[in-house]
Design a protein around this ligand. Structure first.
Ligand SMILES: [Zn+2]
Ligand SMILES: [Zn+2]
Ligand SMILES: [Zn+2]
Length: 103
């Protein structure tokens, strides 16, 4: 399997692109798998996945780059000079409209 391709997909399905990170599962999840695995564990706190490395949870959203980034990637991108807001983590199973505001 191509490691680079594998990298952007969720831990559970490898079909859809991973957009979320669950620290309690220690896994990246696509939206479909998020609903599936967290129907039984809605208390897990999930964070958006960093757009930069696709490996770490995002800490902030950079308005200049229109990207959610973890602290190390934000530093690399020079985000200290950009307009930022904190990334939002969530629990439960959010409505699609709610997710749109988070991601
Ligand atoms: Zn979880
Ligand atoms: Zn990153
Ligand atoms: Zn930035």
């Amino acid at each position: 399997m191509d490691v680079d391709d594998d990298d952007v997909f969720g831990a559970y399905c490898s079909v859809q692109r991973a957009l979320l990170h669950c620290s309690q599962h220690g896994a990246r999840l696509c939206l479909r798998c998020d609903v599936r695995v967290h129907a039984a564990a809605p208390g897990h706190e999930r964070a958006p996945l960093c757009y930069g490395c696709q490996a770490a949870p995002a800490d902030e959203h950079c308005g200049d780059l229109q990207a959610l980034l973890g602290a190390p990637c934000a530093r690399l991108a020079g985000c200290e000079h950009h307009t930022r807001r904190p990334a939002r983590a969530f629990t439960g199973i959010p409505e699609p409209a709610e997710l749109t505001r988070i991601l």
